[in-house]
Design a protein. Sequence first.
Length: 286
Amino acid sequence: MNEPETTKSNVVETLSTPLVLAGAGKMGGAMLTGWLAGGLAPAQVFVQDPGPPPEMASLLSDHGITSKPTLTSADLPEPPAVIVVAVKPQIMDDVFPDLARLAGPDTLVLSIAAGRTIAGFERHLADRIAVVRTIPNTPAAIGRGITACVPNAHVTDRQRTLTDGLLASIGEVGWVDDEALIDVATAVSGSGPAYVFLLAECLAAAGIEAGLDPQLAARLAEETVSGAGELMRRSDLDPATLRENVTSPNGTTYAALQVLMADDGLRPLMVKAVAAATRRSRELAG
């Protein structure tokens, strides 16, 4: 179970050394907004981004946060407690070597870039620097994501707690100890929102095929998927029990589930989909 929200917020609020955020786009901007709301002092934040989106540029200006296309050690009063790397993976090789020079012996490097391995970061860092590789998902943009994390061997308990606190601004946090499992987490939660969107898309298409007006079919499907997700989030019951509670013997739901739960139904298809995404994640990571 994750720590209470108040504990996570306090970790961020009491950060006394600089925090460097590289990349103030959608995900990095969502995190920064959450940190400031959680009490992080703007004077502790230093942003590297050559062109923040207008809403982020306004936020930075309103809080007097230092933002430059490239940060150097001269811009910081001391080595940062954490460097959050939120740039696109395809520009990582251009950006990270300079960022690595900002790290001190106690700095935590926290990456939310997909497909970039711990070894790839360690190659540019001094020995024994702490690195946490993560994979968030798109609901993080509204504070409802979940981020899977894996630490290298040098991450301390304090840095792990700091990671929890920083990522709490965009949702829940889960940890694995084996970096290979990050690819599985990528396939389940990183890509998972697309599976849910496809479910809504297919459910609406099935309603249209059966005679519903397209707009009504889309509305029924979208509200059903989002409402069921919220019910699952608020309930203490597991998904299987919630499914059983909706299913009357020999009723309409039962008839549909006979198709979806057949030997060639949804479960084996989802297993194949997650396996395919896992393989591709490993290919992209090299």
